[in-house]
Design a protein around this ligand. Structure first.
Ligand SMILES: [Zn+2]
Length: 161
C-alpha cells in the first residue's frame, strides 16, 4: 500500500532549519499520525510523501511557500498595553490567540515592549524558513469513513473524542 489521499499514515521525522538545528522530531516519542490529503501537515511534506511505501526514507527541503508561508511584515503591528487588560505581566515571547481581520484565529507573539507600546507578530514562528525534513514511513492504512469525514486520524497518535 502506498501513501495516497485518505490513507492514515504514521511517520518518524526530524525537522531541522538551514542552520542544522533540530526544530522538532518524533525521536524518542510516538510517530506522527496524519491523514493524507486533508491538510494535516504542510503541503510540501504531503506532496513529498505521496506515493511512498512503508519503510521508505526521504530527505526533503521545503520552501516557505509550501510550508508556513513567507514572513509578512504586514502581520507585525504595535498595540497599546490597554489591549492586554487582564494579563498581569507582559513579556517578550508571550503568545496570545487573536482574531485576524479575516476572522481566522491566529497566534501572535510579543516581539517588543516599549512603554505603552506592545509590538506583536502574527507570523507563524516558522514563516519564511526553509524546512528540512528527514522522514521514515512507519505505517499506512485505509482511513475509516469517520476519519475521512472528520479530516483527521482517530486512535493511537490521533484524535480522541
Ligand atoms: Zn474526529
Amino acid at each position: 500500500m502506498s501513501i495516497a489521499a485518505n490513507k492514515a499514515v504514521s511517520i518518524d521525522y526530524t525537522l531541522t532549519n538551514d542552520a542544522g538545528e533540530v526544530i522538532d522530531s518524533s525521536a524518542g516519542g510516538a510517530p506522527l499520525v496524519y491523514l493524507q490529503g486533508a491538510g494535516n501537515i504542510i503541503p510540501g511534506l504531503e506532496k513529498a510523501l505521496e506515493g511512498k511505501d512503508v519503510g521508505d526514507e526521504l530527505i526533503v527541503a521545503i520552501e516557505p511557500e509550501e510550508a508556513y508561508g513567507e514572513y509578512s511584515a504586514e502581520l507585525v503591528s504595535t498595540l497599546s498595553r490597554s489591549m492586554f487588560e487582564g494579563v498581569d505581566e507582559l513579556e517578550v515571547g508571550m503568545q496570545f490567540h487573536a482574531s485576524a481581520p479575516d476572522g481566522q484565529m491566529q497566534i501572535v507573539t510579543i516581539r517588543d515592549l516599549d512603554g505603552d507600546d506592545v509590538t506583536v507578530d502574527g507570523n507563524h514562528p516558522l514563516a519564511g524558513q526553509r524546512l528540512n525534513f528527514k522522514v521514515k514511513v512507519i505505517s499506512i492504512r485505509d482511513a475509516s469513513q469517520e476519519e475521512m469525514a472528520h479530516g483527521h486520524v482517530h486512535g493511537e497518535g490521533g484524535h480522541h473524542h
